[in-house]
Design a binder for this molecule. Structure first.
Ligand code: PMT
Length: 223
């Protein structure tokens, strides 16, 4: 039985990918499986937290004893997060939210034509950015940065821009890290500095993130 050090804390976690429809039979997506976000949900509920998991399409079974909200698109994920964010103590964005969606959702299946197919994309809302703007001082906001270059600089840039308290920098080009694997290699980036972690099971990365979240709650925001 793990320590109940998150007893009664409300935590919302986003996980997985989005599916952005082109027409009734096609969609645009990415490689996120949900493993990282589900591992955080599992760790948090075992430590006594009240967990809300907002998840895109995933093959995984959500852990028992939590509230799960299943969504498809980035807009739906945004709306679900915004509807539940105010009562949370901790918000963690582990989802690989679709930055763009096809501008048109065709009502009928697109027919093959001669020549190339051009699909125009428009921006989805940035969920973390919006949460950062309306965040209260007593809420802890955590983002993930999936990067392939300039990992720490980019993560620190996102920490500031999105007014988060902690960013989990994830070099997704390293073997054993990032999308689909059971392990991850991350650096915790906050206003006190960088903490590189070794290759760990995602479940253990989850506990390290939650440990830091509790420290940040005790310490209060550094500004
Ligand atoms: O699901 P797995 O297969 O286990 O893979 C795990 C993972 C690689 C998806 C995960 O570890 C990870 O890095 N998640 C973040 C992926 C991502 O979209 O990173 P980003 O750098 O594009 O986004 C930065 C942050 O803003 C993220 O917290 C993201 O959830 C959030 N965001 C991004 C875009 C958007 N429109 N809204 C957001 O809230």
């Amino acid at each position: 039985e793990p320590r109940q050090d998150m007893s009664g804390l409300r935590i919302l976690i986003t996980a997985g990918r989005n599916a952005e429809p082109i027409d009734p039979v096609r969609f645009v997506t990415n490689r996120s499986t949900g493993k990282m976000g589900y591992a955080i949900a599992e760790a948090a509920v075992q430590r006594g937290a009240l967990v809300t998991l907002v998840t895109g399409p995933s093959e995984l079974r959500p852990p028992a004893g939590i509230t799960t909200i299943s969504v498809q698109t980035g807009q739906e994920m945004h709306d679900a997060v915004m509807a539940h964010v105010d009562v949370q103590d901790v918000i963690i964005g582990a989802a690989a939210v679709a930055d763009y969606r096809p501008k048109l959702r065709h009502e009928q299946k697109l027919k093959k034509k001669d020549g190339p197919l051009v699909i125009e994309f428009e921006r989805n809302p940035d969920i973390l950015l919006e949460v950062g703007k309306r965040k209260r001082a007593d809420q802890v906001l955590v983002g993930f940065a999936a990067e392939t270059e300039n990992v720490l600089e980019n993560a620190r840039g996102k920490l500031e821009r999105k007014q988060a308290d902690l960013f989990v920098a994830n070099d997704v080009s390293q073997p054993g890290a990032g999308f689909g694997t059971d392990t991850n290699i991350v650096t915790l980036v906050d206003r006190a500095g960088d903490t590189p972690l070794p290759l760990l099971q995602k479940r253990d990365v989850a506990d390290q993130i939650l440990n830091r979240v509790l420290e940040l709650r005790e310490r209060g925001p550094v500004s």
